[in-house]
Design a protein around this ligand. Structure first.
Ligand code: ADP
Length: 715
């Protein structure tokens, strides 16, 4: 009788305390000790510095990245907490080309020269969106709250979060409000007018030897809602390439559930999953985005993606930036996303939106904080603080200086400085991700282990010195999983829903998966891999896992694809090799629906990554009771606890871990998993329950991000 047909092995210790219970009372591992101390340190930063300094030009005058890290290493603890403060001196007017004289619009190219008049005009919406009017942030008490609901003037740039914040949605209502109430008009600074500039995001603090890493301060029990805008190149499920899309959606939902107002700005790709967008309508049809000394005409659409309020920016230009059928993979990707970043900022400015927090992600939107502080703050956009999340250090947006003129940042001599955007490896290049680190108020990456691997173990692909310089505003927060999407109890894409208390039903999904992929119905465990076929994911070991699994009496399922044609072709060849094998199936491509069924049907999931910033695959797999077999790196090391080799309590162990990136390493963990499945089914079942009980939702990371937002609002 096959194992599928009999009841799965019984639980070993149902009376054991659930890991969930324990975790609920423990802060997420991301939050390192010293939160209160760090908060206090930040609070003491009151002493102004006299001369104008850019966020970047404080510490390293040598110009050499290696020196930067060396310098930071010898500074005293005292100097590490040296105050950074407001810049009283008259700032330079950056982006000179942002104000050229106005010229005629060129209709066919969708370009026009930018002039001061155009810049000062508030953006008019195409229509009054009923959705905007219904927004909780449009409640009359907020709109009528006097100064609190006004877009701030330059002079009263906020110091206290939530007090002088522009009524979280002075924003959506602004175009209308501006028309009827001149007191609500944003008053941009006239050229030449001195601007008192808020402390730049981060003059880099010099690193104290052995200084504790930053950790979010404790949660404030009573808090005002925040207005948070995410600027992102991906959002699940409408524009998903990898984990970034899941993270943006899940984090936004969590923040809204905690009472904050969240909006997301995305490119309007032609390949968006439009079937997941509700109420899509043109909200603003005349957004002119400064670009290359002229301007590109854009339309901005609003819509709702499973309850999340989104704006989609559509440029009308011959460059056709977002009508390419896929999200990434073009020679001009840097220009495409630099344009998107400028367009998103211009949209915020023209629409009168002054969020408390702008949260941007990866190199694609790393120029947002640079533009905020170098272009929009001098124009009067003083309120927002920026949190920048790095999902992967491998892709940094290193590029030539052309992007500076295109975006209106100009001044190559200013930005080609090691303390600003100059690439640490290639002096001829600027590095967008580095700009994001230097100019943001806070930088996160997606697990504490990866945060330290990047800074201290050479995993930052050249940005290590920059992370050292900016270590006091840098930390790791493990991503959450959206349990309203990834939850076997309610997942509509499964054959049968199940939970930790009805584990036997998982085997209906195993049967359904086999049926769908035409695999034999037998007693074998199914070992799965879902993910991008990228060298980062450990291509050689994924391949080896396939052969090893078959040799050990298991079945193997792979779902993945690669933008690299030769890699894709290699796996297509492998697929053909196993076409007639009843124990293996390779699905080359992207298939969200099939992914759900694989997590539900698999017994074991392999994630043998070379490096892994966080990894959602193992977190999702755990929720579905598919035991993770992972390499001990990055977020995998932070989230998977080995069944046999660990100091953790038995009921906290949730998978198998190996260290060495080689076949023997993989076999040492995968072999134990398969052996346990066959020889100790009761133990295997207990392990499944442990994994399913873990809370890897957005609950804890959501709190961590709120703490970070509070922290940077209070600066
Ligand atoms: P990364 O962000 O490096 O791609 P993560 O583990 O953080 O990796 O997130 C991967 C996400 O993308 C998961 O939700 C996974 O299920 C999904 N995914 C990756 N490849 C595919 C695919 N070919 N088909 C369906 N879903 C995929």
């Amino acid at each position: 009788m096959s194992q599928d047909k009999k009841s799965p092995p019984k639980s070993q210790g149902s009376s054991a305390k659930s890991p969930n219970q324990k975790k609920a009372s423990t802060p997420v591992a991301a939050v390192k000790p010293g939160a209160e101390k760090a908060a206090k340190t930040a609070d003491t930063r009151a002493e102004p510095i006299a001369a104008k300094k850019s966020p970047a030009n404080v510490t390293n005058t040598s110009g050499a990245p290696a020196e930067a890290s060396k310098t930071s290493g010898v500074s005293s603890p005292k100097s590490a907490s040296k105050p950074r403060a407001s810049l009283a001196a008259k700032p330079e007017r950056p982006g000179a080309s942002a104000n050229p004289s106005k010229t005629e619009q060129s209709a066919d190219a969708g370009m026009k020269a930018v002039g001061p008049v155009a810049e000062l005009e508030p953006l008019k919406p195409v229509m009054t969106s009923p959705e905007l009017a219904r927004s909780p942030m449009d409640a009359p008490d907020l709109l009528n709250a006097g100064p609190a609901s006004r877009p701030e003037s330059v002079a009263d740039a906020s110091k206290k979060p939530g007090v002088d914040a522009p009524g979280p949605e002075a924003v959506a209502a602004t175009p209308l409000a501006v028309a009827s109430d001149p007191t609500l008009r944003v008053e941009p600074v006239q050229p030449g007018q001195p601007v008192e500039r808020r402390a730049l995001p981060h003059e880099p603090a010099q690193e104290a030897p052995h200084a504790p890493e930053w950790a979010p301060p404790p949660h404030h029990p009573v808090r005002n809602p925040l207005f948070i805008v995410h600027i992102s190149s991906e959002l699940a499920p409408v524009a998903k390439v990898g984990g970034l899309a899941d993270v943006v959606f899940g984090l936004c939902r969590e923040m809204e559930q905690r009472g904050n107002h969240v909006e997301i700005i995305l490119p309007k790709y032609d390949c968006l999953r439009y079937d997941h967008i509700w109420d899509l309508q043109c909200a603003y049809e005349d957004l002119w985005v400064p670009w290359g000394g002229a301007a590109i005409h854009c339309s901005v659409y609003s819509g709702s993606v499973h309850g999340r309020k989104c704006y989609f920016i559509e440029p009308h230009s011959q460059d056709n930036y977002f009508n390419r059928g896929v999200v990434y993979g073009f020679n001009d990707d840097v220009m495409r996303f630099a344009f998107f970043s400028r367009a998103a900022m211009e949209f915020l400015w023209k629409a009168g939106k002054h969020p408390d927090i702008i949260h941007c992600h990866d190199w694609q939107t790393a120029l947002v904080p640079v533009m905020l502080y170098e272009i929009y703050q001098p124009m009067g956009m003083m309120h927002p603080r920026v949190c920048f999340t790095i999902h992967n250090f491998k892709h940094q947006g290193a590029t030539g200086g052309g992007v500076l003129n295109a975006t209106g940042l100009n001044r190559p001599e200013y930005y080609f400085h090691y303390d600003r955007l100059r690439d640490n490896n290639n002096p001829q290049a600027i590095n967008l991700m580095k700009g994001g680190i230097v100019y943001s108020n806070f930088v996160t990456t997606v697990s504490p282990r990866y945060a330290s691997e990047a800074k201290d173990q050479g995993q930052a692909f050249g940005l290590e010195p920059t992370l050292h310089i900016h270590h006091s505003k840098y930390g790791g927060v493990v991503n959450g999983v959206d349990y309203e999407v990834w939850n076997p109890e309610i997942d509509p894409l499964l054959s049968v829903n199940y939970s930790v208390d009805s584990l036997d039903l998982k085997y209906e999904n195993k049967r359904a998966l086999r049926h769908r992929l035409m695999l034999a119905d037998n007693e074998k465990p199914i070992i799965a891999f879902v993910g991008r076929l990228d060298p980062q994911k450990g291509i050689e070991l994924i391949r080896h896992a396939l052969f090893y699994t078959l040799a050990q009496g298991g079945q193997f399922v792979l779902l993945g694809s690669s933008p690299d044609h030769s890699l894709n072709a290699y796996f297509v060849g492998l697929k053909h090799q196993f076409n007639d094998n009843p124990d293996a199936h390779l699905e080359i491509g992207y298939n969200e629906e099939l992914a759900h069924l694989i997590y539900a049907g698999a017994d074991i999931t392999v994630v043998p990554s070379r490096f892994e910033p966080c990894g959602l695959i193992q977190l999702i797999a755990m929720r579905y009771g598919a035991i993770p077999v992972v390499r001990e790196v990055g977020g995998l090391a932070d989230t998977v606890i080995d069944k046999d080799f660990s100091n953790h309590a038995l009921n906290e162990r949730n998978g198998y871990v190996f260290r060495d990136y080689n076949e023997a390493g993989l076999e040492s963990a995968l072999g134990r998993a398969i052996a346990c499945y066959y020889q100790y089914p009761e133990h295997f079942r207990a392990l499944m329950k442990n994994a399913m009980r873990y809370d890897y939702s957005w609950n804890h990371p959501g709190q961590d991000y709120l703490n970070i937002y509070d922290f940077i609002r209070e600066q």
